[in-house]
Design a protein around this ligand. Structure first.
Ligand SMILES: C[S@@+](CC[C@H](N)C(=O)[O-])C[C@H]1O[C@@H](n2cnc3c(N)ncnc32)[C@H](O)[C@@H]1O
Length: 370
């Protein structure tokens, strides 16, 4: 098949795959099992429901910034939390509730296909401040009969180990990387928190309150757990890019290749932002026409020996909203190749130079009608 034919045939491809699954993380878990008929419904509306939760959890304090909503329906819960400056990642599979995640994304809310099942969800350990599950149809073994249950994760494992001795409950996992969660099977053990010596210490380091948290050096960087990124690099290069984006009425899904040299996804969450692991040689866990802008820095260089540029560009084409745009920064040789394929997909793409002798170029794709 010629490259153009392959592009044309794949442009008309049908919906692909659902997400893979994993366990809840950082702080609070809210499980609710009110059974009141099918479909999405909150007895006093979602606002009344959030008001109820506010009575027991500090939603307005800035200490809960990121939430994972498991079995999100049309993401009304996540939409409602926006009033509190809380960013919710809503997940649901593609099941009899059909295109709920598509609807959420079309409403402008962060959402992904995802199912809590046998695999870890594509996020690192200790990523979300709160996990929520309202009639999410996950067969929990406990709390099935109550209307609402709130569980708070311990701040370290000293008390946990003490309690385990007493309760003889599930063992702590040994030897598996807590941040690895790409095609990683869940195990019946509790992922241990980082070691501390003081029972009052917070494992992994304390996080500031939102919005201060965004600009504070994340604990994973402060403690040198990310190769190649120091507190200085963070302060000089990284901090202000995110801050610049915060001015706009947009949210960013920070996508980190699962096998990137530096696994920075934990840092993203520590800053109070959201994201996911991804393998660009596979489809993204979303629906067609769901993102307005794709920003890719050195992505094509990273994947050049792993899969075809055409496949990645077709995936991006599938993800774009109707007038989707892209900013692609890469080595000149790669940018020239990407531009050739972008023309075949009939993207409106232009190369911009970073300076006459600069090895990096920028490809700007603007598919809007203006
Ligand atoms: C009854 S709806 C409730 C939707 C929403 N939480 C609400 O109350 O408005 C059940 C939701 O759980 C999702 N779901 C079912 N099994 C799931 C699983 N194993 N993991 C994640 N979500 C699941 C469904 O796709 C659907 O979004």
């Amino acid at each position: 098949m010629t490259q153009q034919k392959r592009i044309d045939s794949q442009l008309g491809r049908p919906f692909r795959r659902s997400g893979i699954g994993r366990r809840p993380a950082r702080e609070y878990g809210v499980w609710s099992q009110r059974r009141q008929g099918g479909g999405t419904s909150f007895r006093q509306g979602v606002k009344g429901y959030v008001e109820e939760i506010k009575k027991v959890l500090p939603l307005t304090s800035g200490s809960i910034r990121t939430v994972l909503d498991v079995g999100c329906g049309v993401a009304s819960f996540g939409a409602s939390l926006m009033d509190y400056n809380i960013l919710t990642m809503s997940i649901a599979p593609r099941d009899k509730h059909v295109a709920q995640v598509q609807l959420a994304l079309e409403r402008g809310l962060p959402a992904m296909l995802g199912v809590l099942s046998t695999h870890r969800l594509p996020y690192p350990s200790r990523s979300f401040d709160m996990v929520h599950c309202f009639r999410c149809l996950v067969p929990w073994t406990k709390y099935e009969s109550g209307t609402i249950a709130v569980w708070r994760k311990p701040t370290n494992h000293i008390h946990c180990i003490q309690k385990l001795k007493l309760w003889k409950s599930t063992r702590l996992c040994v030897g598996s990387d807590p941040d690895a969660s790409w095609y990683k099977k869940m195990e019946t053990c509790i992922t241990p928190l980082l070691n501390v010596t003081d029972i009052h210490a917070i494992s992994g380091g304390a996080l500031g309150k939102w919005p201060k948290r965004l600009m504070t050096t994340p604990p994973r960087i402060k403690s040198d757990r990310i190769k190649g990124i120091t507190a200085n690099t963070f302060n000089e290069d990284i901090k202000f890019f995110a801050a610049a984006l915060m001015k706009f009425p947009a949210w960013v899904m920070n996508v980190v290749p699962y096998n990137a040299k530096e696994n920075t996804l934990g840092v993203v969450f520590e800053r109070g932002l959201i994201g996911t692991y991804m393998d660009w040689c596979e489809p993204f866990s979303t629906y067609p026409r769901t993102y307005d802008l794709i920003h890719a820095y050195n992505l094509f260089s990273m994947y050049k020996d792993k899969c075809d540029i055409v496949d990645i560009l077709l995936e991006m084409h599938w993800i774009f909203c109707r007038h989707g745009s892209a900013i692609i920064r890469d080595h000149v040789g790669i940018i020239v190749k990407v531009k050739g394929i972008a023309d075949k997909i009939r993207w409106n793409a232009k190369i911009f130079h970073s300076g006459p002798f600069h090895p990096e170029k920028i490809l700007l794709v603007d598919n809007s009608d203006e």
